[in-house]
Design a protein. Structure first.
Length: 763
């Protein structure tokens, strides 16, 4: 009797996959949505699916479109598929990010949108330069309508797939009293003239081409037999429409994502794209990856209980074979400094027990929260690293504020002067600053005194003199106030009165809001030191900390930056109303933003492998005032059987859980967390004006040159009345007056001017 044929060996790419993962690999035809929970091996399933399509000859590598959101993810996918498919991935040209794939397409069809194939892709600086030119050409005040705000609006419109003609009237009203769409159209025309596009154009131009040119759309539909999308929950409206157009009529579209991890709405992501997948593609297979390979049961159950409070989700239940592990620890502390001390003690104990600092992370909701941990760790000698950003005192806005404070404390600090003399913009161009430098070198004076002395001359244009006069007078006034006001209040005043706060408030980006929070935290940090000098000395010592030394380090980062990462030991501080969930986010987005904040909390907890500790403080110092903090509503949503609570405050868990169980309004915000400050002149200005200390016209306070730096202004001995001299700007002339180092000269072609003697020669 003949033997039955031996079963074909299983392909190596299927080895080790669980049943749902195998289903995601083998379900090749028709629309497929793979709901991949945190830590469930979605990358393994996605790369195995690619390998399977290639190995079974369902399509050639060049007939597969695979898109990701980051170059890192694209490289990882390419490497994995290459390893399990014998290098076939090398012939897969359409694997990359949305932008890289769209750019390749656009260069082949650029003429259809008025461009050439050798188009230039503008970076952010170039984009802002073009927009500033257009704003000026439209006779708009760039301070009132900043280019960065317009850039953010245009990017948002492009993320929605809108050309300038599709911008809704209500949206156009946001900028320059209804001129937003007009400026958007002018910007696009200017880019065509430059044969350029920005990153938003890469996808938008291709979307326009696919909408208007049926032959191009048909060619790509014929080319791409299979389409795969990673992190589908992060797609915006333009990306969604682009994919939908290309997927028809075959509908061989496989999207991998997790609705519970959609946390990028501020970048244009639409969680609705994944929630409506089965409606957009009727008959779609929904495959849930629920076996988690990362975390313990207690951690997963705590996260699941929290995210279950969101209404907008498809739903899944994560489970693991790793074991129960430890319950999620919830610790209540008295204030922020105690929070940092407690975390430091816990980490040191973990290290003494043999744990590696490389396995420890602190995830914060906002960047300003890192400061107290940084300073505590420096004090106790605990190595740390900031991922996805700068150390607190290295951030640009903090360095700017410190430069103001340094110049007030030490007027001869030329480095501080250089940094802030035109920050925010005061209309002092490079030429004006260069002339200040030249005079300071020639007269051997600090820049601030040199600037003050130049105010009585014609060396600078009238506009530059006015701007410089305001700046010098401001420094003089703040130096006077430094001896009368608490130094934290002085910092808040100078940030207001210098226009720095207003500059950031006019910038409507999420980054600007975070920078304002950092400045508020800086002022709060100053309250711990008895004087401005003591604080600046402390900052110098902190900055001298050698962060680059080799060895293990604790990782500090935001929750957004931690998506996709995992750590054995995790600390989640600041779980209080107004901090997490973010008050600003809820004010701007209502219930939708609350649900995204909850998804962010879910992402935070699921970064932990073995231990997760959540902390909340009863008191926070916000804008210089101690404020009682209400524990985050998310704490009350954690299932009690999976958490272990510890508190040093009266009432403990039962108190905060009862507080939230009695609340029917999910938006009973803690308004006290956001006291409003003046956006024009600060309280220091108002006090000084009312007391008669100055007239309210800072450009008139030229006494600044005397109080700023106590150096002399002796004139040159080789000059005298009636002498013929030469000036590099005004030409030849005759000295008709002299006072110290200031000369009055009748120039042959420029008339009578006041100049400084260091700028003239007797040759």
């Amino acid at each position: 009797m003949p033997e039955s044929p031996a079963a074909a060996p299983e392909p190596p790419y299927l080895a080790g996959l669980n049943p749902p993962q195998r289903e995601a690999v083998l379900t090749t035809e028709g629309p497929v949505l793979v709901l991949a929970g945190a830590g469930t091996g979605k990358t393994a399933a996605l790369t195995a699916r690619l390998a399977h399509i290639i190995a079974t000859r369902l399509a050639w590598p060049s007939q597969i479109l695979a898109v990701t959101f980051t170059n890192k993810a694209a490289r990882e996918m390419r490497g994995r598929v290459s390893a399990i498919s014998g290098g076939a991935i090398e012939g897969m040209p359409w694997l990359g990010t949305f932008h890289s794939v769209a750019a390749r397409m656009l260069r082949s069809h650029a003429e259809l949108v008025g461009l050439k194939s050798n188009l230039t892709i503008l970076d952010t600086d170039d984009q802002l330069r073009v927009l500033k030119q257009l704003i000026q050409a439209a006779n708009l005040d760039e301070k009132r309508w900043p280019a960065r705000q317009l850039a953010g609006l245009i990017d948002r419109w492009k993320n929605r797939g809108w050309t300038s003609s599709q911008v809704e009237p209500g949206e156009s009203e946001i900028f320059a009293n209804g001129r937003g769409a007009e400026l958007y159209a002018a910007y696009q025309e200017r880019l065509k003239t430059l044969n350029a596009c920005d990153f938003g154009d890469l996808l938008l131009h291709m979307l326009v081409i696919l909408r208007r040119h049926a032959d191009v759309l048909a060619a790509y539909r014929e080319r791409f037999k299979y389409i795969l999308v990673d992190e589908y929950q992060d797609t915006n409206q333009a990306q969604y429409e682009w994919l939908k157009l290309l997927a028809d009529p075959r509908r061989n579209l496989c999207c991998v994502g997790d609705d519970d991890q959609s946390i990028y709405s501020w970048r244009g992501a639409e969680v609705a794209n994944i929630l409506r997948f089965d409606r957009d593609f009727p008959g779609a297979a929904i495959i849930r990856l629920e076996q988690n390979y990362r975390s313990t049961s207690h951690i997963l159950a705590a996260a699941a209980g929290l995210i279950a409070h969101n209404a907008g989700r498809l739903g899944k239940t994560l489970w693991t074979n790793v074991g129960d592990g430890e319950p999620v620890k919830v610790i209540g502390v008295w204030d922020g400094p105690e929070e940092a001390r407690r975390v430091g003690e816990e980490i040191e104990g973990y290290q003494r027990g043999g744990g590696s600092l490389d396995d420890v992370a602190i995830l914060v909701r906002a960047q300003f929260q890192t400061r107290e941990f940084e300073e505590r760790f420096i004090a106790i000698g605990l190595p740390y690293q900031i991922i996805g950003g700068f150390r607190f005192y290295e951030r640009a806005e903090i360095r700017d504020a410190l430069a103001y404070l340094r110049l007030i404390a030490q007027p001869a600090d030329d480095l501080a002067f250089e940094r802030i003399v035109n920050q925010p913009k005061r209309g002092l161009g490079d030429k004006a600053v260069a002339r200040i430098h030249a005079f300071a070198r020639a007269s051997r004076q600090p820049l601030l005194l040199a600037a003050a002395q130049m105010l009585d001359s014609d060396e600078l244009t009238p506009q530059a003199r006015r701007s410089l006069g305001n700046f010098v007078a401001d420094i003089a006034r703040w130096r006077d106030q430094a001896s009368k006001l608490p130094h934290p209040e002085l910092a808040r005043i100078l940030l207001d009165e210098s226009g720095y706060t207003a500059m950031l408030q006019a910038d409507r980006t999420a980054e600007a809001a975070g920078r304002l929070e950092n400045l508020a935290e800086l002022a709060r940090a100053m309250e711990e030191y008895e004087s401005l000098g003591a604080f600046l000395e402390h900052v110098s010592l902190v900055m001298d900390n050698d962060e680059a030394r080799a060895g293990e380090k604790v990782t500090i980062m935001t929750i957004h930056a931690a998506k996709g990462l995992e750590f054995d030991r995790l600390f989640l501080p600041g779980w209080e109303e107004g901090v997490f969930p973010s008050q600003r986010s809820m004010d701007e987005g209502g219930l939708a933003s609350l649900e995204e904040e909850r998804r962010l909390a879910y992402v935070a907890i699921t970064r932990a492998r073995r231990q997760a500790t959540i902390l909340h403080a009863a008191n926070r110092r916000i804008y210089g005032q101690w404020t009682s903090s209400l524990p985050s509503r998310f704490l009350a949503e954690l299932p009690k059987e999976h958490i272990e609570e510890e508190t040093t405050m009266t009432g403990g868990e039962s108190l905060w859980r009862a507080q939230w169980s009695e609340r029917s309004d999910p938006f009973a915000h803690v308004a006290a967390l956001r006291p409003q400050r003046s956006q024009t002149r600060g309280p220091g200005w108002q006090r000084a004006a009312s007391s008669g200390n100055f007239s309210g016209q800072p450009e008139r306070i030229i006494e600044a040159r005397a109080s700023a730096v106590s150096l002399g202004n002796k004139g040159r001995d080789d000059l005298s009345l009636g002498q013929r001299v030469f000036h590099g700007k005004f030409g030849y002339g005759t000295i008709v007056g002299q006072e110290g180092n200031k000369l009055e000269i009748d120039f042959e072609h420029s008339g009578r001017k006041k100049v400084l003697d260091s700028f003239v020669s007797t040759d």
